[in-house]
Design a protein around this ligand. Structure first.
Ligand code: F6P
Length: 538
């Protein structure tokens, strides 16, 4: 482990037991900490003052980021260098939201003309579908099914829900699971004659997606004479989309320098664009670009993605908190935790450094969460009183989309703030005893009951606050998390852009299929798998 990590560990050991609340200091000065331990990006505010990070820790964390080469690596990523070394690829999802006049080179070739051309084709197609110029056999398109999985599903599905107040196009449905239940339930009630299917797969080989696409095609063929005419494809594999029978004018390609979990900004966002229209989609891209500019120009010490990453490193690698809860107090961000699970865990869930050496520290945390206030009535019990510390990351908008329900938004915001306050302050045994004594308890029963009502507090949280969940804001938020993952990955010295860890299970699933069908024997399989096969074989 580097001396920088060791210095942070040593500092943490010294301060681990102190009260975060005390860091705020007494009297009017207590707001100074909130100011010092927060960041602004445009109109967004990230408050990380309710963590145990002090000036020394922040200084050490910033030195760690500097010495890890965040600035050099950032230039390498935006400059089209092949920082995804195990796949020999550049990492350029930022090109998909770059400025109109940007020049971005990969292997000496400017990729922006292609990016603009494909976006232009997407816009034309989306306008045709939304205006009714593009028709299904039964007339204008009423419903769109996006069939994809992982990065070809989670991003657009999350964004479609997040931006539903802007959704004035056809109704979007997302099918990902190979479980036939998913597509069967989705197709129920849809009219094949007015449905458009997007087959979204970077590789166009993913078994879940191709199987669901076949099912959708067969469903459509029952009523539609030429089902392929109501299919479009989003992929890097033009040859395979053609072989699948999808006409090139309805194929929207992208290049291998866009990773699946980073692909929402380009053709994988087709479903989102169909739902909210090209203009609002353009605002989403502008939000991402605004965050890119912030990331590129702001010094590390005031950069929101860098600071968010450093909070992550502090909690995960230094304090050894194994998980990170993402808690949006914004119902329309209900799929953000699932989206971030892939973004963060597929990116930074690695066991070796870039040069193949075992990591001397933990890699990325387990990311999970649910929207508030629902989570409060489910798992917050453990967050407040469980024996493990779970750093919580709250997200909340100043304003909702329902002016008539402003009183509900007020309740939502007060709940969000109450949770971070409760986690910070806790409730001492003395306070709990006073409360229970007022209720008339005395003696041993008072003591016993009071103990159950103690909140240890001192549990770290961050809050990301933004004006309103608009397309622009969503773009900022998603780009913020992408860059956070990048910075954490650079500090850990890992490749955040491959995903070899998903391969073994895929291979074994292929081999198990004939075994389950009774076409192959179980030789070489472990005893547990053999027993489960014998139970599950039909
Ligand atoms: O299995 C993991 C994965 O490769 C993800 O990285 C990717 O987002 C997903 O599968 C889907 O891949 P594709 O878009 O090629 O179908």
């Amino acid at each position: 482990m580097s001396d920088k990590f060791a210095a942070l560990k040593a500092h943490h050991a010294k301060v681990a037991d102190r009260k975060i609340l005390d860091l705020f200091g007494p009297g009017a000065g207590h707001q100074a900490r909130a100011h010092q331990f927060s960041a602004r990006a445009g109109e967004m505010l990230l408050d990380f003052s309710k963590t145990n990070i002090d000036e020394t820790a922040l200084g050490l964390l910033l030195t760690l980021a500097e010495s890890a080469g965040v600035v050099t690596q950032r230039a390498a990523m935006f400059g089209g260098e092949k920082i995804n070394e195990t796949e020999g690829r550049a990492v350029l999802h930022t090109a998909l939201r770059a400025a109109e006049d940007a020049v971005v080179r990969v292997d000496g070739r400017d990729v922006m003309p292609l990016v603009r051309a494909i976006r232009g084709r997407m816009v034309a197609f989306v306008n045709d579908v939304r205006s009714g110029a593009f028709k299904g056999q039964g007339g204008p398109i009423t419903d769109v099914i996006n069939i994809g999985i992982g990065g070809s599903d989670l991003g657009p599905a999350m964004a479609t829900i997040a931006l539903s107040p802007y959704g004035d196009g056809p109704k979007l449905h997302y099918v990902s699971n190979v479980d036939g239940a998913h597509i069967a339930d989705t197709l129920k009630g849809l009219d094949p004659e007015t449905t458009l299917v997007i087959v979204a797969s970077k590789t166009f080989t993913t078994i879940e997606t191709m199987t669901n696409a076949d099912t959708a095609k067969a469903w459509m063929a029952q009523k539609v004479v030429n089902p392929a005419a109501q299919f479009c494809a989003v992929s890097t594999a033009g040859d395979k989309t053609t072989a699948y029978g999808i006409a090139p004018e309805r194929v929207f390609g992208f290049e291998d320098w866009v990773g699946g979990r980073y692909s929402l900004w380009g053709p994988i966002g087709l479903g989102v664009m169909l739902s909210i229209g090209p203009e609002a989609f353009g605002e989403f891209l502008a939000g991402g670009l605004a965050m890119d500019r912030h990331f590129l120009t702001e010094p590390l010490a005031t950069s929101m993605p860098v600071l968010l990453a450093l909070v992550g490193i502090w909690h995960n690698q230094i304090c050894d908190y194994a998980t990170r809860a993402v808690l949006p107090y914004d119902q329309r961000l209900s799929r953000l935790p699932a989206y971030l699970q892939q973004l963060e865990m597929e990116s930074n869930g690695k066991r070796v450094s870039m040069d193949g050496v075992d990591l001397p520290y933990n890699s990325g945390p387990v990311v999970w969460g649910e929207p508030g206030t629902n989570g409060q009535h489910a798992f917050y019990q453990l967050i407040h009183q469980g024996t493990r510390v779970v750093p919580c990351e709250f997200l909340v908008a100043k304003q909702g989309h329902e002016p008539d329900l402003a009183h509900q938004h007020l309740l939502l915001v007060s709940n969000c703030l109450a949770q971070s306050e409760a986690l910070l302050r806790g409730r001492s045994l003395q306070e709990a005893t006073a409360i229970m004594a007022k209720k008339g308890l005395t003696g041993a029963e008072l003591d016993r009951q009071a103990r159950h009502r103690v909140f240890p507090g001192n549990r770290p949280t961050t809050t990301l606050a933004y004006p309103k969940l608009t397309p622009f804001t969503l773009g900022q938020i998603i780009a913020l998390y992408e860059h956070r993952v990048f910075v954490e990955g650079v500090i850990l010295g890992i490749n955040s852009y491959d995903q070899w860890g998903v391969e073994l299970g895929k291979e074994l699933a292929l081999a198990l299929q004939p075994i389950l069908e009774g076409k192959a024997g179980t030789d070489g399989k472990d005893g547990s798998t053999v027993a489960l096969v014998s139970y599950l074989r039909i």
